[in-house]
Design a protein around this ligand. Structure first.
Ligand code: NAD
Length: 502
């Protein structure tokens, strides 16, 4: 195994970063002051870097820097000019795509081919929201009093974004782009385990013309750095992407400070296959739904509901397919599935499989896995019902629980028998059934004869334990702005009276 630590240092240098992990505050790279955080290569299982938690003082500095830069972003730039800057950022991201993708692969353990796609999507997000920058406007409302009443869509001020480790640069672009397109300043805290590509992204954006301090990156821990930023006076809204457990803590802290929050949380999505489906497509779709990204996807199709009469046939097809997937070094061009991203998650996933085994599941796994790295082989669990722990708890690994159903009503009932409401899919050749099921299943995103298609132009989000609020598309613009209603009395005689004017 070559010198991966040296490779990381050289990639960071290509991206304009020093050899250590530093927060980016007010345009300056800064060292933290708290407990040590270690970045571990999930494939080679070696320490890649060690840094100090950002801490509350630096978090406060970041909030103040964002507030100062935000004022100029809305008063010193026209909306069209803000869009131009974002187009320049999109181009700069593409110019730096290869080192960004490599750092992501090395630190997060995602296959390089996936990382390249995600970096390209980040550029697309900046382009998409650049287009919106000068197209979001208010309306004129024909109120009965005769006033000229119109609305302005105003930025919130400073928003605080918290992101997880499973898609670091993708999630950063996903939230930063709509926030700045609508005139906000940003403080973002990526997962302490995968902070580098977010710092690099903002550094690249600054070099491309983003005002320094408009977007600040805090490298550090949630309970210290994260909580300090949530509570800071300048922060007007919190956008959290992560687990339901942490989401609850974040929402409580935001509520204490009377701040709104968007929560993009986990899932336990039902992937429903009817007997009349094209089973070859459904089997491939089911594998992509749960094994791509090693199952570390919020929308993973982790519950596979299969109509009884094709249950054995479909699960056999998936089991055969598992052996054809290329597992390996995330930096290897051929790798389709990498390791689990970190030791904590590896322990969780393997513990869940053991628990299913103890509950009586039949466990089918791929025959071989690489010798090094936090690899969990693609796994199909059968023989347990929807009430089993593995059917109700997010595993966030390449593990699918296959559950048989008799008919449409039972499939819908099982799909909705969960505390989550993020995504789902149905595979069938019956158009009517597809429509009925997609309407009846509780989910923010639903696919018919497909899985995992998402785009920055289409809304994304969930309900219940999957969170609330929406990201992507024009819905994200609403999350990052608030309407102001302006009343102009243009009559010759003022309409001022005691009591209500209507
Ligand atoms: P996590 O909840 O452990 O951590 C997410 C972020 O919260 C990290 O940045 C972490 O440092 C921070 N954090 C932790 N404690 C905090 C606290 N007390 N205050 C403030 N911040 C705190 O999640 P994870 O393990 O990094 O990511 C996996 C989870 O993310 C899964 O549940 C997955 O489904 C979810 N996810 C959801 C989406 C979505 O869009 N719905 C997308 C990706 C991942």
């Amino acid at each position: 195994m070559s010198d991966r630590k040296g490779l990381l240092t050289s990639l960071m240098s290509d991206l304009g970063l020093g050899p250590t992990v530093q927060s980016l505050v007010g345009g300056k790279l800064c060292d933290g002051a708290g407990d040590a955080v270690i970045l571990e290569d999930p494939y080679a299982q070696i320490e890649l870097a060690r840094y100090a938690d950002c801490g509350a003082a630096l978090a406060a500095e970041a909030c103040l820097a964002a507030a100062a830069a935000q004022k100029d972003w809305v008063s010193g730039y026209s909306a069209a000019k803000r869009g131009d800057v974002m187009q320049d950022i999109a181009r700069a991201v593409l110019d730096n795509a290869e080192p960004l993708a490599k750092v992501e692969a090395l630190v997060a353990g995602k296959p390089i081919r996936d990382c390249r796609v995600e970096v390209a999507k980040v550029a697309e997000m900046f382009r998409y929201y650049a287009g919106w920058a000068d197209k979001l406007h208010g309306e004129v409302i024909p109120v009965p009093s005769g006033h000229l009443n119109y609305t302005l869509r105003e930025p919130l001020g400073v928003v605080f974004q918290i992101t997880p480790w499973n898609a670091p640069i993708f999630t950063a672009g996903w939230q930063i782009a709509p926030a700045i397109a609508t005139g906000n300043g940003v403080v973002i805290k990526p997962s302490e385990l995968t902070p580098l590509t977010t710092v690099a992204l903002v550094r690249i954006a600054e070099d491309a013309g983003l005002p320094k301090g408009l977007v600040n990156v805090l490298c550090g821990l949630g309970p210290t750095t994260g909580q300090a930023a949530i509570e800071h006076d300048k922060v007007r809204k919190v956008i959290f992407v992560g687990s339901p457990e942490t989401g609850r803590r974040v929402a409580v802290a935001a509520a204490q400070a009377l701040k709104p929050a968007v929560l993009e949380l986990g899932g336990k999505s039902a992937n429903i296959v009817f007997g009349d489906a094209n089973l070859k497509h459904a089997a491939l779709g089911a594998q992509a739904a749960i094994f791509s990204g090693a199952g570390q996807s919020c929308v993973a199709g982790s519950r596979l509901l299969v109509q009884q009469r094709v249950y054995n046939q479909l699960t056999d097809m998936i089991a055969v397919g598992m052996d054809g997937i290329t597992l390996g070094d995330p930096l290897d061009e051929a790798t389709e599935v990498g390791p689990i991203s970190n030791g904590r998650q590896f322990a969780h996933v393997t513990g869940m499989i053991q628990g299913a085994h103890d509950e009586g599941a039949s466990v089918r796994t791929r025959s071989s896995t690489p010798e090094t790295g936090f690899f969990v082989p693609p796994t199909v669990l059968s023989g347990l019902g929807n009430t089993a722990t593995v059917a109700q708890t997010e595993i966030f690994g390449p593990v699918v629980t296959a559950i048989p159903f008799r008919d449409e009503d039972e499939a819908i009932a099982i799909a909705n028998d969960t505390l989550f409401g993020l995504a789902g899919a149905v595979w069938t050749s019956d158009v009517g059934c597809a429509h009925r099921v997609s309407t009846a299943v509780r989910a923010g995103t639903f696919w018919i004869n497909s899985y995992k298609a998402i785009h920055v132009s289409s809304p994304f989000g969930g309900s219940l334990n999957s969170g609330f609020g929406r990201s992507s598309g024009s819905d994200a613009l609403m999350e990052y702005t608030s309407p102001k209603s302006v009343w102009l009395d243009s009559g010759k005689t003022p309409k001022i009276a005691f009591g209500y004017v209507s």
